[in-house]
Design a protein around this ligand. Structure first.
Ligand code: FES
Length: 104
């Protein structure tokens, strides 16, 4: 199921945390591409939207323990890898709105 999570007006480098029903979602904009990850860090629950983008790794860095998760895929690109990957959502932009795919 695809859900509308707001306008596709993100600026380059932006991290936007939002609520979509019961989910906390992080929208990112890097190199003109919009991505969506779960905002609640898989390591210990901090909000990735309070972190920053590491452009060299194309990853968002969590503000709590500085784990980095690849934008788009959510793959944990930290070494050593002490936790798993961050859940990611498929994204599409439709009529100026960001749509993400969530489990049915
Ligand atoms: S809570 Fe995100 S790295 Fe620990």
């Amino acid at each position: 199921m695809w859900i509308d999570v707001g306008p596709a007006d993100l600026t380059e480098g932006e991290l936007r945390g939002l609520e979509a029903g019961e989910r906390l979602v992080l929208l990112t904009c890097h190199q003109g591409r919009i991505g969506a990850l779960d905002d609640s860090c898989v390591h210990a629950g901090c909000l990735l939207s309070g972190g920053w983008i590491d452009a060299a790794k194309s990853a968002v860095v969590c503000p709590c323990h500085e784990y980095a998760f690849e934008l788009g895929s959510g793959r944990n690109v930290t070494f050593p890898r002490l936790c798993g990957d961050q859940p990611a959502f498929e994204v599409r932009v439709e009529k100026g709105r960001v749509m993400i795919r969530v489990g049915d």
